[in-house]
Write a protein that binds this ligand. Structure first.
Ligand code: NOJ
Length: 563
């Protein structure tokens, strides 16, 4: 069933984080006219779809993931006319537009919340989740994702509201059918304007009733369920309802951000016959470089075998049963070349290797802005140079409350902080990397004179052209989209290799994950008559015998084999 051909399976998606992409008016903040000025660049890269992180009205406590009006554009980003023009210009060039849908929570400045907090019998009260406590003791001891209690006291009615993220992001109550209907109408507003889908923020957190103890239960010493229980009992009912009421009426793509989701759960969200979502973002491979049971800040080196096992598990378990999204980066993750690659001497080789490794897997690949030129993490001198609420709160808590060493905490931020992904896009060698004529809201990575779009476009062997070629190959070879995946050389300690198969065609994808040279030996079970090189990250890759050859640092090659 899941082998049905669909445009979103054949697409490559490019994520834009608008605040950091391109500033057109010199206020230091990226904006919609700035994006419009770069559509030709995206077209040159060849991407099919753009996922635009939130551009809705927001007080920016969490950079637009706290929405105060779902049907207005944030003033800093432009106007609705600018947005209409963006959609139009993208569609003219055959690029689709997917918008972010942030409906686990709104901003506390949303009209619904401003009403809800006024009184217990307000029409909008039940749009949010309220519990009594005492003045000093919240309903449960839950901690929110950005630190501190997940409950905030609201003096007007002397009750607490739930916020799994910052206190300016109150959680919406999906139990309430009026809230659901209002959300569906809002979704139709955007779909009727002609957008091509939604990326749904933490969508597997919207059903939480059974995880919320009443204050009485909590007081009586019953074990409190932990916060962050995902995939609550009603989530599939809500998504099926949303699909019936809204999604099924349009030819669109949907991807749900689902922290902590397992392949079995992902299948429930993405199996075609269940009519929920097209695919999810899972996070297991993003947790392999943290200590088990600890937070992402508690670092641990990646073990290649874990990565191979993990990605292969997702490939196999969703095969013919659901659909995978493929990503290394987004606005919440550090830069992949710094994280799993080599940001120094082998930046170009390792960035290309990681790209090939991901793009030849089965699923829809996502490229995050700047990944296509191998942008790296950043090391600003002090916490005052950082803007992200998550990093700032963690720093305060660890350094000032828990007594961690400040330098050690900065190392965690250098490795994992979200601002690594959010430094402005590096367009050229001019001041502030050509991102703005003003002062950027977040400093530019000082390596922009070496790493920028302009120089990548001038060099036909750049990372940019490698990504472009990966996208072109996907359009030419159906096997990249629909072929079966199998891991080979499972226990090899430095090669990540796999095959794809469709009919009598086979692709052999071979990646040396490390700097050290290593020997590749073709498993004897793979028989073929001829082999043609499809892509490699060294210009002079020539081997006379595919059954055995040496891979140079981070060398990555893909062969098309004919039986
Ligand atoms: C996930 C988003 O990707 C992240 O940036 C945001 O902070 C949280 N959800 C809350 O909306």
């Amino acid at each position: 069933m899941s082998q049905n051909k669909k445009w979103w399976k054949e697409s490559v998606v490019y994520q834009i984080y608008p605040r950091s992409f391109m500033d057109s008016n010199g206020d230091g903040i990226g904006d919609i006219p700035g994006i419009i000025s770069k559509i030709d660049y995206l077209n040159k890269l060849g991407v099919d779809v753009v996922w635009l992180s939130p551009v809705y009205q927001s007080p920016n406590d969490d950079n637009g993931y706290d929405i105060s009006d779902y049907q207005e554009i944030m003033g800093e980003f432009g106007t609705m006319e600018d947005w209409d023009r963006l959609l139009d210009e993208m569609h003219k060039r055959g690029i689709k537009l997917v918008m972010d849908l942030v409906v686990n929570h709104s901003s506390d400045e949303h009209a619904w919340f401003m009403e809800a907090r006024k009184s217990k019998d307000n029409t909008y009260r039940d749009y949010y989740i309220w519990r009594p406590g005492t003045r000093d003791l919240p309903p449960t001891d839950w901690v929110g994702s950005f630190g501190g209690s997940a409950w905030e006291y609201s003096p007007e009615t002397e009750e607490y509201y739930l916020h799994m993220f910052s206190k300016k992001q109150p959680d919406l109550n999906w139990e309430n059918p009026s809230l659901r209907n209002d959300i569906y109408s809002m979704m139709k507003f955007w779909l009727d304007k002609g957008i091509d889908g939604f990326r749904m923020d933490v969508i597997n957190m919207i059903s939480k009733k059974e995880f919320l103890p009443t204050y009485e239960e909590y007081k009586e010493g019953n074990p409190t369920p932990l916060p962050y229980q995902f995939n609550g009992a009603s989530v599939h009912d809500y998504l099926q309802e949303m699909n019936r009421e809204v999604l099924s009426k349009y030819d669109i793509m949907t991807v749900g951000e689902c922290p902590k989701v397992t392949p079995d759960q992902a299948e429930l969200y993405t199996a075609e016959e269940r009519n929920e979502l097209n695919m999810v973002f899972q996070f297991e491979h993003m947790s392999l470089d943290k200590q088990k049971g600890k937070q992402k800040w508690d670092l641990k080196p990646l073990d290649l075998e874990d990565l191979k096992q993990n990605l292969s598990k997702w490939q196999k378990q969703l095969e013919n049963r659901g659909w995978n999204s493929l990503y290394w980066n987004n606005h919440d993750q550090p830069r992949i070349v710094s994280r799993f690659g080599n940001e120094g001497k082998y930046r170009v080789e390792s960035a290309k290797m990681l790209a090939t490794l991901l793009h030849f897997m089965k699923g829809t690949p996502y490229i995050y802005q700047g990944e296509e030129i191998g942008m790296t993490n950043v090391r600003f001198p002090g916490i005052e140079d950082y803007q992200d609420i998550e990093s700032e709160n963690m720093y305060q808590e660890r350094v000032h409350e828990l007594g961690y060493d400040a330098e050690e905490v900065m190392e965690s931020i250098y490795a994992k902080g979200r601002d690594n992904a959010r430094t402005p896009m590096q367009w050229d060698v001019s001041e502030h990397a050509g991102f703005t004529k003003g002062t950027p809201w977040l400093k530019v990575n000082p390596n922009y004179p070496e790493i920028n779009v302009e120089s990548d476009l001038e060099n036909k062997h750049s990372i940019f052209y490698h990504y472009k070629k990966l996208i072109e190959l996907r359009k030419k070879h159906e096997i990249i989209v629909y072929g079966r995946y199998d891991l080979i050389l499972e226990t090899h300690d430095s090669i990540f290799a796999y095959t794809r198969q469709l009919g009598d065609e086979m692709l052999l994808v071979i990646n040396n994950f490390y700097e050290k040279e290593t020997e590749f030996e073709l498993p004897s079970s793979i028989q073929f008559r001829s082999g043609e090189l499809l892509i490699s990250n060294y210009e002079d890759h020539i081997v006379s015998d595919l059954s055995n050859f040496t891979l140079r640092p981070y060398e990555s090659v893909v062969y098309q084999l004919k039986k």
